[in-house]
Design a binder for this molecule. Structure first.
Ligand code: ZN
Length: 163
């Protein structure tokens, strides 16, 4: 897939073999997560594994992406302490009350802090796929974090690239 760059280049970089990349498969799956409350942390590891199993890619990369700007995807050890600590920590960075948000001034939808938290954590995660399995630690779960102020139905897209 990768070939050595011509020796005329100053730094030891690699160039991508375009044919090899075009030959790689891309599969996209999607599932929904219904959230019930702000700061809810949902373990979606099994849903992602199911999408990967149905995807037909054994080796490559799986990108897990939540559609929307008030939720996020990351990994965490899914245990009650951290499920409480993680949103509480973000609350100290972008508090729901006591701070004036320009987003609130413009839109009056009460979720300026939600947008800021979601942007900080990010909407996606890339996980290596090896022999059809997601490479995750035993105490490392993939989670969707709901930051919006009302229940939402979230679309989670899992896009796999590889062979
Ligand atoms: Zn908003």
């Amino acid at each position: 897939m990768f070939a050595r760059a011509p020796s005329s280049l100053k730094y030891p970089v690699f160039q991508i073999d375009a044919d090899a990349v075009m030959g790689a498969g891309v599969h996209t799956k999607e599932f929904q997560v219904k959230t019930t409350s702000e700061n809810q942390v949902v373990d979606i590891t099994k849903d992602v594994q199911r999408a990967v199993s149905a995807g037909g890619i054994s080796n490559g990369l799986a990108t897990v992406f939540v559609v929307g700007s008030t939720a996020a995807i990351t990994t965490i050890e899914y245990e009650p302490g951290l499920i409480s600590d993680f949103p509480a920590t973000l609350e100290r960075v972008a508090p729901k009350t006591g701070v004036e948000y320009e987003h609130q001034r413009r839109w009056h939808d009460g979720n300026g802090h939600s947008h800021v938290k979601a942007s900080l954590v990010g909407p996606s995660l890339s996980v290596p796929l090896v022999d059809g399995e997601l490479v995750l630690g035993e105490w490392q779960q993939i989670v969707l974090v709901e930051f919006d102020v009302r229940p939402r139905t979230r679309r989670v897209v899992v896009q796999m690239i590889g062979e």
